[in-house]
Design a protein around this ligand. Structure first.
Ligand SMILES: NC(=O)c1ccc[n+]([C@@H]2O[C@H](COP(=O)([O-])OP(=O)(O)OC[C@H]3O[C@@H](n4cnc5c(N)ncnc54)[C@H](O)[C@@H]3O)[C@@H](O)[C@H]2O)c1
Length: 257
């Protein structure tokens, strides 16, 4: 049986944890060769080991998305190893400080934007020439429901995710002429290691945290990384060949209400 990503090469940032890792593992199961990239550390090689143990094809490169030189080197190495890059998943992200605008320092703002906004810019900038050369490609950016809606928490993060929403639309409008599709996913709260830590510290633990966080969702459970990875898979694959510029909520119905 052919995989849904047979013959494709995927470059994934932030691929060593949470939704990036779930996406890397799913893509490998669907027969993509996966460039697993993340900050240097044991989690990247562990992700690759899990993929290869399951019969998939992957290799790890340490890439800090806030550094253009690091991104350029990672993209060049992955393209040389696998011969092409057909899919880019911009998943790396940090949440930053939970402060309103008038309390945020310039350093806090810049540190968050360096990863969440410039990281998407750098990876897109360096992968697009490979896609143009190959005659097309698919880019999926990780935004958030808070790249579509405001609330009164984590202001720099929400503004940054709004920039990712707009980068998606702008690049979709620009690169269609090269058969490059650009879409974004917008999860509500997903039970990744980061969120598990917050839930454990919440009074009443995960059940109480889940009830509070899903009060405004139609489906009363937190997302799981695989819930999001399947949406990313669709957008990345040729099944979405006529889909570009879409900002897809994967949110248990949060934004529908
Ligand atoms: N978890 C949620 O509830 C949620 C909701 C909406 C959107 N998101 C977004 O989805 C994406 C994945 O989130 P997650 O919860 O799976 O995160 P996670 O913390 O589990 O994984 C993020 C990965 O990004 C990596 N990373 C951080 N800074 C980096 C850098 N400078 N260069 C390269 N890699 C870097 C981390 O090392 C980590 O492996 C992020 O962009 C996040 O903002 C998460």
């Amino acid at each position: 049986m052919r995989g849904r990503l047979e013959g494709k090469v995927a470059f994934i940032t932030g691929a060593a944890s949470g939704m990036g890792r779930a996406t890397a593992e799913l893509f490998a199961r669907e027969c993509a060769a996966v460039a697993v990239t993340d900050l240097d550390g044991p989690a990247g090689p562990e992700t690759v080991a899990a993929i290869t143990a399951a019969g998939g094809r992957a290799r790890f490169w340490p890439v800090d998305v806030s550094s253009e030189a690091s991104v350029a080197a990672g993209v060049a190495a992955a393209a040389a190893e696998f011969g092409a890059i057909d899919i880019l998943i911009n998943c790396a992200g940090i949440i930053g400080v939970d402060k309103p605008t008038h309390e945020v320092s310039e350093a806090e703002w810049d540190a968050l934007f360096a990863v969440d906004v410039k990281g998407v810019f750098f990876a897109t900038k360096h992968v697009v020439p490979h896609m143009i050369a190959a005659g097309g490609g698919s880019i999926v950016n990780f935004s958030s429901i808070y790249g579509l809606l405001g609330n009164d928490e984590f202001t720099p993060y929400h503004v940054a995710k709004g920039a990712v929403t707009m980068q998606t639309r702008q690049d979709a409008a620009t690169y269609g002429r090269y058969n490059i599709r650009v879409n974004s996913v917008h999860p509500s709260t997903v039970l990744t290691p980061l969120v598990q830590g917050i839930a454990d510290a919440y009074e009443g633990g995960l059940p109480a945290y889940e009830e509070m966080m899903t009060a405004h969702q139609s489906l009363k459970r937190l997302g799981r990384p695989i819930d999001v990875a399947y949406g990313v898979l669709y957008l990345a694959s040729d099944e979405a060949g006529w889909v570009t510029g879409v900002n897809l909520p994967l949110d248990g119905g949060y934004t529908a209400r």
